[in-house]
Design a protein around this ligand. Structure first.
Ligand SMILES: N[C@@H](CCC[C@H](N)C(=O)O)C(=O)O
Length: 277
């Protein structure tokens, strides 16, 4: 099976063209390719397929085999993939996802796509739709207990669920210990991604993420969007801010007029390969 390894801010996936390859069992393939000892090694599997409403369709699977509705870092790489491989000549590309149609604007540098801006759509703040068991709307401080401590979470869906909490120092925070427990807390019926955020100033935050179905990753695009929305809802930043992740920076805007969130960041090719399946 031919594949391409790409990353967005260090959030790395194995990309497979569904135009050329047939995968019979997506969850099993995701578990296989993601394994960093026995597979290619990645934060999951992304399959690029023909679109229905859009030009293309993206399906994304976590290393545990679960399918996510949306992946911000992957969708930027899908834009790079389809343009650099000549599957489109357009610099505006529409991609179907389980979280709806997303529109990508591609920026070329030295003959390849280096940067992508994505219209991520409207954040979902209704607790039933996120989903999270809470009576509040928006959910600004839903308390979850982990390791004997109480953490107030602001909950946002960007198509997939996110729970954001503010901490003093992300570098020192026990992300794995707390994230692992919050991900599977009974308040989150479809589990949740968990973001730990340190506000540096009104236009810059640091964030570390524990991803549903994956563990800690170097970056999460939907998580960066949920973080900015949580920051604005809690009066901590402006509507445009840089989110500093372990693997790089994403620029996020929450447009007041349209209520849409926009994410701008890099898309990077690592290598191409062939996997014996
Ligand atoms: N890293 C991604 C999100 C991937 C899916 C997530 N683990 C989930 O299950 O919702 C991103 O960049 O958005």
């Amino acid at each position: 099976m031919k594949f391409t390894k790409m990353h967005g801010c260090g959030n790395d996936y194995v990309y497979v063209s569904g135009f050329q390859e047939t995968i019979e069992d997506y969850p099993a393939m995701a578990r296989k390719v993601s394994n960093r000892n026995f597979g290619v090694g990645s934060d999951g599997l992304v399959v690029i397929l023909p679109g229905t409403a859009g030009d293309f369709r993206m399906r994304m699977f976590n290393p545990d085999g679960s399918e996510a509705e949306m992946c911000g870092n992957a969708i930027r790489c899908v834009g790079k993939y389809v343009y650099d491989k000549g599957m489109t000549r357009e610099k505006v590309v529409r991609v179907d996802t389980l979280a709806g149609l997303k529109v990508l604007e591609l920026t070329e540098e030295d003959g390849t796509i280096a940067k992508v801006r994505v219209d991520m759509g409207e954040p979902v703040l209704d607790p039933v739709k996120i989903p999270v068991a809470s009576d509040a709307q928006p959910v600004l401080a839903e308390v979850v207990e982990a390791s004997g401590r109480s953490f107030p979470f602001t909950c946002v869906s960007m198509g997939n669920p996110h729970a954001v909490t503010f901490v003093e120092d992300t570098d020192a925070f026990p992300v794995e210990e707390i994230g692992r427990q919050v991900e599977v807390d009974a308040k989150f019926p479809r589990k949740t991604n968990v973001e730990f955020v340190q506000v540096l100033d009104r236009e810059t935050v640091k964030m570390r993420v524990w991803e549903r179905g994956t563990g800690e990753t170097l970056a999460c695009g939907t998580g960066a969007c949920a973080t900015l929305v949580a920051c604005v809802l809690n009066g901590k930043t402006e509507r445009k801010a840089t989110v500093r992740l372990l693997g790089g920076d994403l620029f996020i805007e929450w447009d007041e007029a349209t209520n849409h969130v926009f994410m701008t960041g890099p898309a990077t090719l690592v290598f191409e390969g062939e996997l014996h399946v």
